[in-house]
Design a protein around this ligand. Structure first.
Ligand code: CMP
Length: 467
């Protein structure tokens, strides 16, 4: 359209200059007036021609400049910047056109423009305030189009930044225009579009659900959810002990922060399904009366029969009769340990041994200031027998490798078993000798040195006063 206009102006100027009447010598007033009017018309048409051409040129330059900007910076230039760029070009083009058509310079316009400036300044106080706030926003660049910002009570994705206002789209799909002046006065929370923005979702689980299992299940369920950043693993933490359950929070990072409402909802949904799959319980305000039964407490909720079954699977206890196994189970206590918790510390005194009833433990020795694992013991294995049967300090550290339950058997319970099962002493002293050999192979460990089978046997018998 401007090009068509320029062509029309060009044509009109051509016609006018062709039809320009010659001024004969001694021309009368009327002829001079006609000539002057024609000249003015030609000049105005010429100004129109150059103005429309300048319009086309400024638009083309604007497109080119901001195409290069986009290529270099990787994002769209804000419209305020584009507008200012065009304004400067228009003013320059206008000044050049006026200079060459009317021979008018800016200096000649200044006195008038100073007065106009005062009038306009007063009338456009707010608008100019917005413009300058907009310019300082651009200099500062606190956010860009696409970022999610919170200004006052509005939160939404930035759609555009103009010379007057910042346009944001809220999560209810409403468009809010926040004037640049209010933005420069208020504090703004910015969540950059490509930044690693995190969200926290809260949930609770019943007191009976193991924290290790809850944390693992929720972490795995959330990391798979859509719009959750793949390369940062969600963090699940215990926040506290609530009235009806354990309170947790899951912190996750989003690919596209502007969709956090949907993603929070999806995360809650995933947590629900994970709970369902793993048999966890969502606590709700309830009051449960627990009738404490000492035997159940000792065995961590398992009855003596189950514990006896567990003990019968342990090699060294295979010669025991069902009655003896039941007696042993009744006098043992079940404990649960979190991964990484120490069950036994090397060098401590010990008067009990343990059987792994669930999970696994690492046997570790000190080596150059750190701990080195020399053996992994799984379900049904026993440990802690060396200090119990010899009265010597613990020879190694034993640490839970995962969430682990152990049955603790005390000195008294073993003593009564030894009296009826002399073979048991034999089996245990063989196990102790084997483990000592393992400790010896790890030179830096305090092994207690080599000892003959007989030496060890008589030591155990002495310690338990069996002869
Ligand atoms: P205790 O010395 O009472 O405490 C540490 C326990 O680690 C020890 O008893 C054994 O039960 C266990 N232990 C020590 N050395 C080894 C080994 N080489 N292999 C397996 N278990 C071991």
């Amino acid at each position: 359209m401007p090009l068509v206009l320029a062509a029309v102006f060009g044509l009109a100027w051509y016609v006018l200059s062709r039809l320009m009447p010659e001024l004969p010598a001694g021309a009368n007033e009327q002829q001079r007036m006609a000539r002057a009017a024609n000249e003015w018309a030609a000049t105005l048409v010429l100004i129109g021609f150059w103005m429309t051409l300048a319009l086309v040129a400024v638009r083309a330059l604007n497109e080119l400049a901001f195409f290069i900007f986009h290529k270099r910076k990787g994002y769209e230039a804000p419209s305020l910047m584009r507008d200012l760029f065009s304004l400067v070009l228009y003013v320059t083009a206008g000044a050049v056109i006026l200079k060459y058509t009317l021979d008018l310079s800016f200096a000649a316009l200044l006195p008038g423009s100073a007065l106009l400036g005062i009038v306009l300044g007063l009338a456009l106080q707010d608008t100019l305030g917005n413009l300058f706030s907009g310019i300082s926003l651009h200099a500062d660049k606190p956010f860009q189009v696409g970022d999610v910002i919170t200004v006052g009570k509005h939160t939404g994705a930035v759609m555009s930044i103009t010379w007057r206002a910042v346009k944001i789209k809220t999560f209810s799909n409403h468009i809010v225009l926040v004037s640049n002046t209010s933005i420069s006065k208020e504090s703004i929370e910015v969540c950059p579009q490509n930044g690693q923005n995190a969200r926290i979702v809260f949930f609770s689980a019943a007191y009976t659900d193991s924290p290790v299992r809850v944390i693992h299940a929720v972490r795995e369920a959330v990391r798979e959810a859509e719009n959750v950043l793949r390369y940062i693993t969600p963090v699940v933490r215990m926040r506290g002990y609530g009235e009806s359950g354990v309170d947790y929070e899951v912190k996750y990072w989003l690919s596209d922060y502007s969709r956090y409402n949907d993603t929070d909802a999806l995360v809650r949904q995933r947590i629900w399904y994970a709970f369902r799959r793993h048999g966890f319980t969502f606590p709700f305000p309830t009051r449960t009366l627990h009738m404490a039964e000492p035997e159940e407490c000792e065995g961590g909720g398992r009855d003596t029969g189950t514990l006896a079954g567990l003990l019968s699977a342990v090699d060294i206890f295979s010669p025991l009769t069902p009655v003896e196994l039941n007696a042993l189970a009744a006098s043992s206590a079940n404990h649960v340990y979190a991964p990484g918790e120490t069950i036994i510390r090397a060098g401590d005194d010990g008067d009990s041994m343990f059987v792994v009833s669930r999970g696994g433990v690492d046997v570790r020795v000190d080596s150059n200031g750190t701990q080195r694992t020399i053996s992994r013991l799984g379900e049904g294995a026993f440990f802690g027998e060396m200090a119990l049967f010899t009265g010597e300090p613990r020879t190694a550290h034993v640490v839970a490798a995962e969430e682990t339950e152990v049955l603790e058997i005390g000195h008294g319970a073993m003593r009564s078993l030894f009296q009826t099962n002399p073979d048991l002493v034999e089996a245990l002293s063989r196990a102790i000798n084997e483990r000592r050999a393992g400790l010896l192979a790890n030179a830096s460990a305090p092994s207690g040195g080599e000892e003959t089978h007989h030496g060890l046997l008589s030591k155990i018998k002495r310690f338990f006063r069996l002869d």
